[in-house]
Write a protein that binds this ligand. Structure first.
Ligand SMILES: *Cc1c(COP(=O)(O)O)cnc(C)c1O
Length: 404
């Protein structure tokens, strides 16, 4: 069992007061808080080894390069990639998806199809729409049911020899649904299509095994797994990364440059143009070490308890409706209260120290599907407690009285 009080002591921000009240941080779906080891590792990098990587022969440059590559190895192990050069540092999920979508511009022909799901984050919709505009490819949408579950029989029907790539989130940020990605990956491959998994919302809760999943691409952000902002990972199968053209041109990604012709560097450097977020890349390894020390079994156990308790307590509030009631769900609860705008509840409970997200959660098509303007989303992390849920429920009851 997780000693939550001990864990909470690792996160200095959690003992802070906000608006004069003890902070209750339930916006983990937007970004996670950072443990002291991560905060320390950032300043240690700048205090002791700051230098540009893969460039200088001098000692600090070597130390920084080694630390960066060691971190890549940690991420490789974490997701069980076959090779370190299949693990690319990006600035985050959005960057990773754009990199792949851009690469597919050289592959797609007019009339080819791209499948996205009805519950994607905008960052897994818009890059594909831009790709369609560029190539004449067609975007098709895998529908969902009222529980917020993708309908697999419809997915099967949408797949055809026209499908070139399927892109779907592992877990929905707005509904918490855990999608049947293993099934979806196998089916995409049977149809001869590639598949990208947006793991941004999955990696805070589980350790993906990209070889077992057999996905072609898996992307996520560092800042949702206790790491810094501005760094993320794009896993791609070696064969795909060799096939796709580079995303950006510049330093570090070339073998040889003349004005007549440039040849590109080997993986992973081909996709890592320019000076990256060096500190971020190194410290992402620290964050992953921290999460593994806490242990994903412990994380899941704590979060399941919070999901069950939170669902039960929230449903005691009259007029409250939960959106996203899939059988397979993670610790995200999206809800509304009849007759009250989500923004109003969010504003009042913020005054009571409670941080939740209100709005469309960068997933407007989901809100359109349920015909609502938005929801209130409480997303729990392993450092949250049932007592904090009690505080939120009392605050919502108060807000409800004030607003009705
Ligand atoms: C947060 C999130 C993103 C975007 O991540 P960035 O860090 O903003 O690039 C994409 N997809 C899902 C499911 C997310 O939760």
């Amino acid at each position: 069992m997780l000693d939550v009080n001990k864990i909470r002591a690792d996160f200095p921000i959690l003992s802070q007061k906000v608006n004069g009240k003890a902070l209750v941080y339930f916006d983990n779906g937007a970004t996670s808080q950072k443990p002291q080891v991560v905060i320390d590792a950032i300043s240690k990098y700048y205090q002791e080894i700051n230098a540009n990587i893969h460039r200088g022969v001098h000692t600090l440059s070597q130390l920084a390069t080694d630390a960066y590559e060691i971190s890549r190895g940690k991420l490789q192990n974490h997701i069980n990639a076959k090779f370190p050069h299949e693990v690319l540092f990006t600035s985050g999920t959005t960057h990773g998806i754009n990199l792949v979508a851009n690469g597919f511009a050289s592959i797609l022909k007019p009339g080819d199809e791209i499948l996205v799901s009805a519950m994607e984050h905008h960052s897994n919709i818009v890059p594909w729409q831009m790709l369609c505009e560029k190539t004449g490819a067609i975007l098709r949408v895998i529908p969902m049911n009222l529980n917020g579950e993708l309908i697999m029989s419809e997915y099967d029907k949408l797949l055809s020899d026209k499908t070139k790539i399927v892109t779907v989130n592992h877990i929905s940020n707005a509904l918490g649904t855990v999608n049947p990605i293993k099934y979806m990956i196998d089916k995409a491959h049977e149809a001869g299509a590639a598949i990208l998994i947006d793991g941004a919302q999955a990696v805070p809760h589980l350790k993906p095994d990209v070889q077992e999943l057999n996905c072609d691409f898996y992307v996520f952000s560092g800042h949702k797994i206790c790491g810094p902002t501005g760094v993320g990972i794009l896993y791609g199968k070696e064969a795909w990364l060799n096939k796709l053209p580079p995303y950006q041109g510049g330093g570090e990604m070339i073998k040889e440059v003349t004005f007549e012709k440039t040849t590109y560097a080997e993986l992973p450097h081909k996709f890592e143009a320019g000076t990256p977020n060096i500190a971020g890349g190194i410290v992402l390894g620290t964050a992953v070490d921290y999460m593994n020390e806490v242990g994903f079994d412990n994380i899941q156990q704590q979060e399941l308890e919070l999901l069950e308790y939170g669902t039960k307590r929230l449903l005691e509030i009259e007029g409250l409706k939960i959106f996203g009631t899939a059988a397979a769900k993670t610790s995200v609860i999206s809800f509304n209260i009849e007759g009250i705008h989500p923004y109003d509840i969010g504003t009042i409970i913020d005054k009571l120290g409670i941080a939740v997200r209100t709005g469309h959660h960068c997933a407007q098509p989901i809100m359109d599907f349920f015909k609502i303007p938005g929801t209130i989303r409480a997303s729990f992390a392993f450092y949250n407690t049932p007592e904090e849920i009690d505080v939120m429920v009392e605050a919502i009851k108060k807000a409800k009285v004030m607003l009705s």
